[in-house]
Design a protein around this ligand. Structure first.
Ligand SMILES: Nc1ncnc2c1ncn2[C@@H]1O[C@H](COP(=O)(O)OP(=O)(O)O)[C@@H](O)[C@H]1O
Ligand SMILES: Nc1ccn([C@@H]2O[C@H](COP(=O)(O)OP(=O)(O)O)[C@@H](O)[C@H]2O)c(=O)n1
Length: 219
């Protein structure tokens, strides 16, 4: 038995279903959930709103250090502009370093006294929580991800084309996988969950099954 509660790490490319699965696992097992992408989106958005360049390390690091939890609820974070800015600030090592303790603390001491934690992002299984009880790498074909994200953005009233969403997803995936600082990569011990041919219910059911196995193995 380990002292800390169970930790589930979910990584994968843009719009692959990490958050959907993370939220569902948290609900099912009574765990706390942290969408770490929202943190990077909040930093990218704050830099843009200040009129600074997300690629400017000094501006981005200052925004990361000044981040408060209240900034994470802004609906503007869900848009493609915030996602693109997030991916730019996320390549800056000082930004990642400034955000690491918050994420690790969430995993070690989930808020509200929750018995476990689910974190989703790009480097959870590799850098933030390398000793997680279960690592999932969630993916799907880029065209499928773009179709799903486009539907989501259209429902929110965003007038963006599916072709633009696909281009943004491809650009972000390339930047996230190609950067030196904590690149997006499947951890050697992560289970692959390709949801291209799966609806939400079957993807969540598979993730619950894998989590139950991991919790049993933990003892
Ligand atoms: N298996 C699936 N089938 C259909 N739609 C899905 C599936 N998984 C996620 N979605 C939808 O795709 C979009 C992106 O999912 P989301 O969980 O936000 O991905 P991520 O957190 O990886 O960006 C959301 O609108 C979500 O409802
Ligand atoms: N742990 C994380 C989470 C997000 N990110 C960055 O933040 C951006 C937005 O992440 P997100 O998870 O909200 O993106 P989506 O998959 O929801 O489109 C990503 O493109 C990454 O550049 C990261 O670098 N590390």
């Amino acid at each position: 038995m380990t002292a800390r509660g169970p930790v589930i790490a979910i990584d994968g490319p843009a719009a692959s279903g990490k958050g959907t699965i993370g939220r569902a696992l948290a609900r099912h097992f009574g765990f706390a959930h942290l969408d770490t992408g929202a943190i990077y989106r909040a930093v990218g958005h704050a830099v843009r709103m200040a009129g600074d360049d997300p690629a400017d390390p000094a501006a981005a690091e200052a925004a990361a250090r000044a981040l408060t939890p209240g900034q994470l609820d802004d609906p503007a974070l869900r848009g493609e502009a915030a996602g693109a800015a997030a991916s730019v600030v996320a390549a800056i090592p000082g930004v990642r370093a400034a955000l690491l303790d918050f994420q690790r603390d969430f995993a070690a001491h989930p808020p509200g006294g929750a018995p476990g934690a689910v974190l989703d992002g790009r480097d959870i299984g590799t850098v933030v929580c390398p000793d997680a009880d279960l690592k999932l790498f969630v993916t799907a074909a880029a065209e499928t991800r773009a179709r799903r994200r486009h539907l989501e953005l259209s429902r929110r009233g965003d007038r963006v084309t599916e072709a633009d969403v696909l281009a943004d997803i491809r650009a972000r995936d390339a930047r996230d996988a190609g950067r030196t600082a904590a690149p997006m990569v499947r951890a050697g011990d992560a289970r692959l969950l390709d949801t291209t041919e799966m609806d939400i219910d079957s993807a969540v059911a598979e993730a619950i099954r894998l989590t139950e196995d991991a919790l049993r193995a933990r003892g």
